[in-house]
Design a protein around this ligand. Structure first.
Ligand SMILES: Nc1ncnc2c1ncn2[C@@H]1O[C@H](COP(=O)(O)OP(=O)(O)OP(=O)(O)O)[C@@H](O)[C@H]1O
Length: 898
């Protein structure tokens, strides 16, 4: 075999590459649900994995925010597959590139790694209805070779490594023969061969399925406390793929694809393993430990890599350090109680990303085998006749109503059918085409009582006017396709519609769902001709999308469009790809094909009749609930510990509730507010002071800390829900000078201190030293810079000038920012306040709540700075702060007033 450096081969390029790593979270399992409730710990957002290692809710903000305490962030993976990801998503994200490489003659490996019961076997093998990577990879090899017109020859071997022994899974009683590993030095690499391993030709998917089933039956599996059918061995399926491309007789590529389902690490304490299970667990953990050692050495670029520490690492040597494009799927459980193990898996996965390698195309000279006569296609069982067949037999014109609508964007011709109160389906043609292109979809829509509305865009069909440009960025132009669609819906009195579009029309459907989301229920883009223009982000698609494709159509290239499909949220997207084989003819009417037509009709109807899209808030609720559906489909009460703020955007009340769940401070404020409105705070203060209840301590302690910094911005109180709105002119007030001429100030003077006296608090040389407010700042003393001039009111009402130390004015008359000493605020009367203490948090929250209706009317921009409202605010503060409000308590049988 000769090797050609991939970089000099025509394609693929750039193959000095690291191991590719994807992370897959599996759905919740029954056993992870206790008391009907489950705590999730993982979120995938901003192209990262967030994992909360503590059992408390946290809210992830934008990409640039630092992660909250207790949350670890893992960036840089090549693919993220959340709990809603399907097996097809997994193949597209994790498997396809590697399998495509095999078709170019590059060795490949797909490997699943993770804790026991996290979905490795599901990912690699799957089941009949949800085939995993092994079957999908094989299917892709066969179908792509067919499309490339290449002749393909595949042989397969299947082995397991159980308790340090390698055995052949394709041989009856193979477990009795322990196979040996042999290292073979090949040019730049050391390859590992398994001596005596059988290999079997596979010519079709039936062969692969049968072989997998046979081998898996022989594979060592057992029931543990963590997995009813836990794999107790590592299994490797090896496909040897030879491909003859072009017409050259002997030029071929020869590549291996390793499909590896590793056994899962387990904490023996959790799996309750004893006896044989314990021996297996010890071997599994030991081999995985050796694997971690090899990965660490490769990632660090160590010259010595300890492959020989374990048969597993020897066996996987070609995949890890050899000539191979390797993709690792790290599988994790979403449950909080396994967060430590998931963290371990993510750490391992991150190390794998650091392994770098170089891959080569394996070219061989090998005579082309004789083409076998293709097997006769089994005669297809007749599809049952569609119930709308009789409608289809009618002349389409007899069921359609043709109308010319006068809209703000000119006259638009539409074809409609179905009941006026039926759910609307807007049909948008491609370019160039017209409304009649949907003839094949009218009968099923009519049969299912939808109201079909097919538009002729200006200049097409019967609509007059100039044709519009069909580029995606013009969809939302003034008077462009989106305006026209909405005008048609308005003219027909329709608020919301499902939108089915072909080619250009499919692109309009996508733009409409993103930019006019209140008008759209669901969309079906068929062969979309669309690439997202600026301002259209498919990742925030708010409605369900069914993308339809016929793969033979090279004008609409699915391979190119797939990246846009993958950009759609996985919970919202579905893709159906059809094949017409030799029936495909360019320009044919796809919907009118006698076999494809009914398939398309059924698929579209099933998608539309599923659930009608809920408004965003409801959809969000459902999404979170659905995420808590167990793998068996049972719904459980969901408490997701990591909630990503982006997912909550625009979701109204639901977002608010979720934020409260996610943010304990907001939840505490909400609870405190309810107690305050119900007048139940006095009892709580009493409990707090006697220490008789831990709940009030917990509640007060969870309230926000009102530090001077926090109080410098009233929006903080608004965001906490303590104030309904911030006062006007706050910033202006903060920037006005604090000590100005004319300001009323407190000063220390000899004053008359008899409340009954009409000159109470007025200055008198015979009075007592007290702090009085009957004074006004008049300026600085000219003689002494440390002294200010203050006009005081004397007994009898006359005024005189007094000189007072500047330091005293500053001390007695609050500055903008309260003076601080550690966690204490220093007040002008000498009192200290520890704003972090639970009692103080509660009292300050109470004051803030009482102030809310007053500050609503406070406007510092008015000429007097809102003085009357400020005075009212002071009153409120004083009345909230009366010490007797703390209530009376009984301590050791004695009444104490606090
Ligand atoms: N993505 C998924 N969607 C639905 N069910 C899943 C998914 N992943 C795993 N499961 C289910 O979870 C259970 C455990 O999965 P699986 O047996 O594949 O785990 P494993 O990692 O191979 O475990 P072990 O290491 O013990 O063999 C199975 O019932 C499987 O069907």
């Amino acid at each position: 075999m000769s090797r050609v450096r991939a970089s000099s081969a025509p394609a693929p390029k750039g193959l000095k590459r690291p191991v590719k790593v994807c992370v897959r979270v599996r759905p919740v399992l029954e056993r992870e649900v206790e008391n009907g409730c489950y705590h999730g710990c993982i979120a995938m957002a901003h192209e990262r994995v967030y994992i909360s290692t503590e059992d408390k809710p946290v809210l992830i903000g934008s990409k640039d925010d630092p992660p909250p305490e207790g949350v670890k962030v893992y960036p840089g993976f090549d693919g993220l597959l959340d709990q809603d990801s399907s097996q097809e998503d997994c193949f597209q994200v994790a498997g396809r590139e590697t399998v495509d490489g095999v078709l170019w003659g590059l060795n490949g490996a797909l490997m699943a790694y993770g804790q026991t019961s996290t979905g490795k076997t599901h990912t690699m093998v799957g089941d009949k209805s949800r085939p995993g990577l092994c079957l999908k990879a094989a299917a892709h090899l066969f179908s792509e070779a067919g499309l490339l017109g290449s002749q393909i020859e595949v042989t397969a071997s299947f082995l397991q490594l159980y308790l340090n022994h390698i055995t052949d899974l394709l041989v009856k009683d193979g477990h009795e023969k322990k196979l040996k590993l042999r290292e073979v030095v090949e040019e730049d690499f050391v390859d590992t061969r398994v001596e005596g391993l059988s290999s079997r030709p596979v010519k079709s998917m039936d062969d692969v399925e049968a072989l997998l089933e046979e081998g898996n039956r022989r594979r060592q599996q057992a029931c543990t406390a963590l997995n009813a059918s836990s794999s107790r061995s590592h299994a490797v399926l090896i496909l040897n793929v030879t491909l003859w491309q072009g017409t050259e007789e002997e030029n071929a590529t020869d590549a291996k694809l390793y499909l590896v389902d590793l056994a899962g690490s387990e904490r023996v304490k959790d799996s309750c393993a004893t006896g044989d299970r314990l021996t297996e667990a010890v071997h599994i953990n030991k081999s995985l430990f050796a694997l971690q050692g090899v990965v660490a050495a490769l990632a660090d670029g160590n010259p010595f890599v300890p492959y020989r520490n374990d048969p597993l690492t020897q066996l996987l040597r070609p995949a890890l350090g050899g000539n191979c494009c390797t993709t690792l799927v790290a599988t994790v459980s979403p449950a909080q109680k396994h967060s430590r193990e998931s963290e371990g898996t993510l750490n391992f996965a991150s190390s794998c990303r650091r392994i770098k390698g170089e891959v080569f195309v394996n070219s061989v000279r090998k005579p082309r085998p004789w083409e076998e006569k293709p097997k006769e296609e089994p005669t297809k069982t007749e599809e049952p006749e569609c119930p709308w067949a009789s409608l289809a037999a009618l002349d389409a014109a007899s069921v359609m109503e043709s109308q010319m609508l006068d809209t703000a964007h000119g006259q638009i011709h539409v074809l409609t059918c179905g009941p006026a109160d039926g759910e609307a389906v807007l049909l948008l043609h491609g370019c160039p085409s017209d409304a009649w292109t949907w003839k094949w979809l009218f009968p099923p829509l009519l049969y299912s009582k939808y109201r079909a509305i097919a538009i002729d865009m200006p200049g097409f069909g019967s609509s007059p006017g100039t044709r519009l440009g069909s580029r995606s960025e013009l969809n939302n132009a003034k008077g462009g396709p989106l305006d026209i669609c909405c005008a048609v819906l308005d003219a027909l009195g329709v608020q919301k519609a499902n939108v089915v579009g072909y080619d250009w029309g499919a692109g309009i459907a996508l733009s409409m769902a993103l930019l006019r989301k209140t008008r759209v229920n669901k969309i079906v883009p068929f062969h979309p001709s669309y690439s997202p223009p600026k301002g259209e982000n498919l990742g925030v698609m708010p409605v369900p999308v069914l993308v339809l494709w016929v793969k033979e159509d090279q004008f609409h290239n699915l391979t190119k469009w797939r990246k846009h499909f993958q950009a759609l949220p996985s919970s919202k997207r579905e893709l159906e790809v059809y094949s017409l084989g030799s029936r495909w003819k360019p320009g044919m009417s796809l919907g009118s094909d006698p076999q494809l037509g009914p398939q398309l009709q059924r698929r579209i109807l099933a998608f539309l009749a599923g659930e009608v899209a809920a408004p965003v808030a409801g959809a969000l609720e459902k999404r979170l609930e659905a995420k808590a559906a167990t793998a068996a489909g049972q719904l459980v009460v969901h408490a997701q510990n990591v909630v990503v703020a982006d997912a909550l955007a625009d979701a109204g009340d639901v977002a608010k509730q979720l934020r409260e769940v996610a943010d304990p401070t907001l939840a505490a404020v909400q609870q405190f507010k309810e107690l305050w409105s119900a007048g139940r705070l006095a009892a709580l203060y009493a409990q707090r002071l006697t220490g008789s209840s831990a709940s009030s301590a917990a509640l007060f302690g969870a309230l926000p800390e009102m530090s001077p910094e926090a109080l410098s911005d009233p929006n903080i109180l608004v965001n906490l829900g303590l104030w309904s709105q911030a006062p006007e002119g706050w910033e202006r007030m903060r920037h006005t000078p604090r000590y100005c001429v004319g300001r009323k100030v407190l000063v220390r003077q000899k004053v008359i201190f008899k409340p009954s006296d009409s000159d109470f608090m007025c200055v008198s040389s015979s009075g007592a030293d007290r702090t009085t407010s009957k004074a006004e700042l008049k300026g600085k003393s000219k003689e002494n810079a440390d002294t200010w001039l203050v006009e005081v009111t004397e007994a009898g009402g006359s005024r005189r000038m007094a000189e007072v130390p500047k330091a005293e004015v500053l001390r007695l008359n609050q500055r903008h920012d309260l003076a601080k000493n550690g966690k204490h605020v220093l007040l002008e009367d000498g009192l200290k306040c520890d704003y972090s203490s639970p009692l103080c948090r509660a009292k300050l929250c109470e004051i803030a709540l009482a102030l809310s209706p007053v500050v609503k009317n406070l406007d510092f921009n008015t000429a007097d700075g809102g003085e009357a409202v400020q005075l009212k605010a002071l009153e409120v503060i004083r009345s909230s702060d009366k010490m007797e409000r703390y209530g009376e308590i009984w301590r050791d049988g004695v009444r104490v007033t606090c």
